[in-house]
Write a protein that binds this ligand. Structure first.
Ligand code: PXP
Length: 253
């Protein structure tokens, strides 16, 4: 298949984490979002967690008001978050599982096991004109559940693959990659738009960009870490270049 254009969404949560370490307003995640956009990303992702450990309610409102690219609002499927999303009206919502004690989003949403809980959330957000995506593992049962729930988009959790790669667990990395690859094909064949994210760096983004079904990558931790050394502008440019190299491999094959 012809590859889709591949978008880069930059997750700016970590800028808010640093700000919150001292309270106050510096560094400002909205400033980082504007800089990432100026450097060429296609959208901004921010996760409003129940405990507000990084992004705060007002950050979401300011992002919506001040950036000129799509805002992807990551959130748990709770009444409180649905209320805020309906007020902020982001371009997109990505529904994620959330545990208070986790350091980051550890696994995918159990869309298959939580259908009755998720159905009204997906419905309410879609009804408001918000594009809904489900952050899931690439297992066929989860993908089928996304279709049944009426979500137009899934984001495949790449964390397990990326961890296995960086920790040198080759067999596990190969198995995870196979799951991601076949999941992307399966989901796209069912009419879903397929995104991917979690744990991606330059090399893994380049690899996954070669999957023609993937339309968007959402990346935060690696890029913010690299920005300490190279600056955010340069990191966005380098990430885009890695993605372009990967996508070029589809076009060439
Ligand atoms: N996509 C989703 C749904 C996430 O929850 C996260 C982490 O907040 C990311 C992408 C980005 O992951 P990372 O920060 O590891 O790049």
């Amino acid at each position: 298949m012809d590859p889709l254009p591949l978008r880069l969404g930059v997750n700016i949560d970590h800028v808010a984490t640093i700000r919150n370490a001292r309270g106050g307003h510096h560094p400002d995640p909205v400033r980082a979002a504007k800089m990432a956009i100026a450097a060429g990303c296609d959208g901004i992702t921010a996760h409003l967690r129940e405990d507000r450990r990084h992004i705060r309610d007002d950050d979401m409102r300011r992002l919506k008001a001040e950036i000129d690219k799509p805002l992807n609002f990551e959130m748990a499927a709770t009444d409180e978050m649905v209320r805020i999303a309906l007020e902020v009206r982001p371009h997109a919502v990505c529904l994620v599982p959330e545990k208070r004690t986790e350091r980051t989003t550890e696994g995918g949403l159990d869309a298959a096991g939580q259908r009755p809980h998720l159905a009204p959330v997906v419905h309410a957000l879609k009804h408001a004109g918000i594009r809904v995506s489900l952050f899931i593992g690439a297992q066929p049962a989860q993908i089928e559940a996304a279709v049944e729930l009426g979500a137009p988009v899934i984001e495949i959790h790449t964390g397990g693959w990326c961890d296995a790669l960086t920790e040198g667990r080759a067999a596990e990395a190969a198995a995870e990659w196979q799951l991601i690859r076949s999941g992307a094909e399966f989901a796209s064949g069912l009419g879903l738009e397929v995104h991917a994210g979690h744990g991606l760096g330059y090399a893994s983004a380049e690899t996954i960009a070669a999957l023609p079904q993937i339309a968007e990558l959402n990346i935060g931790h690696f890029m913010m870490g690299e920005a300490l050394f190279d600056g955010l502008l340069e990191v966005v440019v380098s990430m885009r270049a890695a993605m372009k190299r990967g996508r070029g491999k589809v076009a060439a094959s």
